[in-house]
Write a protein that binds this ligand. Structure first.
Ligand code: NAD
Length: 491
């Protein structure tokens, strides 16, 4: 069996306790990817100390010097793109072409932030007190930062956090999700090969409850950037507040599409399904509610049912290009499959009508993995659990409403506010939706999922702690201002 290690202070090391956990392929439970260190507080402490010790020298390099390491990492990731994408599919289940796209995005993010090393990190302000005073601001790093990441984008998310953290002069301890340790290990290998100085980038595997907690409470860690569920995000916020750390939380969604009477229904059906079912619904920006005006609801749901039933699930490795092979892969784990099916059962009990799917898939390849049929529920009540809570699987709830105003009210009546879209040809409705929908990311005639790396990304309300990631927005979290007044000696 392959045994993998933590990466601490430039070295590959097992967990101090020697304990390990297994990682398996969700498309084939017999495919054991390997054993990974089941780390604990001791390993987290070592990584935090290494990151703290490496910080001053890393901070004191120029941005351009730090950028050369990121450029090298980008080149290496590009060279190993196929290998990393295959690992991602084997471990998380998404389609191979989706994994290639995600890995390519990692390359783009590394280059984008490498280039940031040449950009301005401050400004000159006029002094009101003394025209001779040189008054400047300078953005400086925070120190050693902890990055805690989920399993669903195990290449893109660690990189969209680590790349800005590093370019602005911070050092990093990454704690990836236990369902996706392999891709994180490959990223660490690439950072190692790129020659980052020892301690600048560290990787610690293991359970959130012990390793994650230890990172969030360790005095050597200055800040935490977290992506994951609202439940864990809440605990992290409390720990960071108690221990005086800056924090950033990006969490779940209950993302709606609004379908108006003048929508191009074929486009709306296609993009709603793509948003809901691609990647088996394992996207924080996945479409989980279709809020449809009554006058087109029957036609929309009929088309949705036909298209959903035609979607094929299968092993992600068989989908080498968009349009070839299965449309969606397995769900990530047996636990996730059970929780998805329970959510569907409870929706039906609460009065929703099952239009498509609603069951595990079995027979042939399906028996080897965890598959859920693309599921559509109609006549869902806006305040029922399935319309309020994240399911994180290929499940779409259709909610019928009278008109645009009711659609906006229903869309906003959830604790989340990550992404949303509207299908309409009416410019006024599109503009009103852009004003009124409570979401950090809005699409007009587009699907709720999918973001570009140069644009700020993050949610409103319960989906986020309010900051944004990616693009220039990342600078806000990973730096702090220093304001400096220079006056002449002698007055
Ligand atoms: P999760 O919250 O269960 O775990 C996320 C990470 O937190 C993991 O590394 C986990 O080990 C760690 N963790 C768990 N308990 C911890 C604790 N007590 N202290 C510190 N760390 C702890 O989430 P998940 O199941 O891995 O991912 C799915 C969730 O992530 C969904 O809710 C999804 O919407 C969300 N997500 C959000 C975004 C976004 O950008 N908004 C992107 C992707 C995923």
């Amino acid at each position: 069996m392959n045994r993998f290690e933590n990466y601490i202070n430039g070295e590959w090391v097992p967990a101090a306790s020697g304990a390990t956990f297994e990682d398996r392929n969700p498309a084939d439970r017999d495919d054991l990817i390997g054993a990974f260190p089941k780390s604990d507080e001791t390993d987290a402490r070592r990584a935090a100390e290494a990151a703290k010790a490496a910080f001053p020298a890393w901070r004191d390099l120029s941005g351009a010097q730090r950028g050369t390491f990121l450029y090298k990492a980008a080149d290496l990731l590009e060279k190993r793109l196929d290998e990393v994408a295959r690992a991602l599919t084997r471990e998380e289940g998404k389609l191979l072409w989706e994994s290639k796209g995600e890995t390519q995005r990692g390359v783009v993010l590394l280059r984008y932030y490498a280039n940031e090393g040449m950009h301005a990190i401050g400004e000159v302000l006029p002094s009101a007190m003394n025209p001779q005073t040189l008054l400047i601001t300078k953005r400086v790093p925070l120190g050693a930062v902890g990055l805690i990441t989920p399993w669903n984008f195990p290449v893109a998310i660690p990189i969209w956090k680590a790349a800005p953290a590093l370019i602005y002069g911070n050092t990093v301890v990454l704690k990836p999700a236990s369902l996706a340790p392999y891709t994180a290990t490959l990223i660490a290998e690439i950072f190692h090969e790129a020659g980052f100085p020892a301690g600048v980038f560290n990787l610690v595997h293991g359970p959130g409850g012990s390793v994650g907690n230890a990172i969030c409470t360790h005095p050597d860690i200055s800040a935490i950037s977290f992506t994951g569920s609202c439940e864990v995000g809440g605990k992290i916020a409390a720990m960071c507040a108690e221990h005086g750390k800056k924090y950033q939380l990006e969490m779940g969604g209950k993302n709606p599409v609004l379908v108006m009477e003048d929508a191009d229904l074929d486009q709306a059906v296609k993009l709603t399904l793509s948003g809901a079912m691609r990647s088996a619904g394992h996207k924080c920006t996945a479409t989980s509610r279709a809020i449809v005006v009554e006058s087109v609801a029957d036609e929309f749901t009929r088309k949705l049912k036909e298209s959903a039933e035609a979607l094929k699930a299968g092993p992600g490795l068989e989908a080498t290009a968009m349009g070839e092979g299965p449309y969606l892969g397995p769900v990530v784990s047996e636990g996730q499959r059970e929780s998805i099916l329970q959510a569907v059962e409870s929706a039906v009990r609460s009065g929703a009508k099952l239009v498509a799917g609603g069951k595990s898939l079995s027979g042939g390849d399906y028996d080897k993995g965890h598959y859920v049929a693309p599921t559509v529920l109609d006549e869902v009540k806006p305040d029922s659990t399935v319309a309020q809570e994240e399911v994180f699987g290929p499940v779409l709830a259709v909610i019928r409403v009278k008109d645009f105003d009711e659609a906006v009210r229903v869309a906003n009546n959830v604790k989340f506010g990550l992404s949303a879209s509207i299908f309409t040809r009416d410019l006024n409705k599109a503009l009103a939706a852009a004003d009124k929908l409570e979401a950090g990311l809005l699409r007009i005639n587009g699907e709720t999922a999918g973001v570009e790396p140069q644009a700020p990304f993050g949610g409103m309300k319960g989906s986020s702690s309010g900051s944004r990631e990616q693009g220039q927005a990342a600078k806000e979290f990973f730096t702090q201002y220093k304001t400096i007044y220079f006056d002449r000696a002698g007055g």
